[in-house]
Ligand binder design. Sequence first.
Ligand SMILES: *Cc1c(COP(=O)(O)O)cnc(C)c1O
Length: 401
Amino acid sequence: MSLRWMDDELERRAAEASERKLRDRLRDPGGSGRLLQQETGSSGSTRLLDLSSNDYLGLAGHPAIAEAMREALLTGGTGAGASRLVTGNHPVFGQLEEAVAAWQGCDAALIFANGYMANAGVISAVAGRGDAVFSDRLNHASITDGIVLSRAEHVRYRHNDMEHLRALLEKHKHARRKLIVTDAVFSMDGDQAPLRELAELKREYGAMLMVDEAHSGGLYGQFGEGLCRAAGVQDMVDIHMGTFSKAFGVYGAYVCGSHTLIRWLVNKARPLIYSTALPPCLVAGVLKSLELVQTEHWRREQLSGSGRLFRSALREAGLAAGEGDSPIIPLILGGNAEALHVSTALEDEGIAAVAIRPPTVPEGTARIRFSLSAAHSREELTDAVKIIIRAARRAEGGGEC
Ligand SMILES: *Cc1c(COP(=O)(O)O)cnc(C)c1O
């Protein structure tokens, strides 16, 4: 009875096509970039082309990663047993941290359980009451939650609008400390932050700069170091984070920077201190994945070629394919029902492409967010693009044609 208010709210959401639901999804363990879909009422399954996962380099399911995990599982067990600050700090954490620091060319690195906990932990460790955190309106939810947790003033600037950011920095110039935080590549739009301008503003206003490379780590830079390196601003970034759950195909996250930063985080980042360490076998898999990210350059090349092909085909068909050159390509449809409708139509034709709705994206910009993977062949993508264009045209034409 006391939870009745939840039913009311959920009914309202269902009526406006914004209720979220969990669905069983089985990824092909062979790394084909496909989902195995159980057919209703039969034991057979169909294979959907997966255009919604973040396995950008096609590394999820890589046999060398699986083998590294299996070996470590047999020697290191299934669980870490405790927080890293208690007895959970298996030597593989230090090995991975050294490898990350060497890869990034920075002093030190720290592994977190995932990107969400890294953002929540880092922001709340470096900002507090009396500070101001300047955050792009389209930043990831984990950044927003980190700011709320920090109790610092949350100052949101218009997406990639440096004039607005400057005005806000000016307005809050007497804050005790200032932190500017941005996604490098925005997760729902695929466009990039103006990192050089952000670095200049940070210098001018004596702020710290934090960059989240969740959708760019592994993808940009000669060895996949990320967009900060590709843009040549890595030395101006104070706090650099990324996740191992997307391009790396495994799980976990990294933060890198100076010795001072890492020492501070070991003492202050609560999700690191008060949560059990990742299973060591998982970290062993990440270590292997980091090696593959640095050496298998063809994956980045294949992916950027696919991105060009996909974007130009959508544009030629008169559809807006978003800015930038990332593997994230949004098809903005506007209404929730339209986005769901196109998603269902695509699934009927063998494509898994999930509708993303508010509050994940701003009201009135419900979309299909396509994300490409090096696991997909050119032929698969060429065929998919034709189906997508047909489905989008039908949606524009009011559903009939
Ligand atoms: C996915 C994502 C995260 C969270 O990373 P997880 O490892 O999945 O928890 C953080 N920031 C951005 C921009 C993301 O897209």
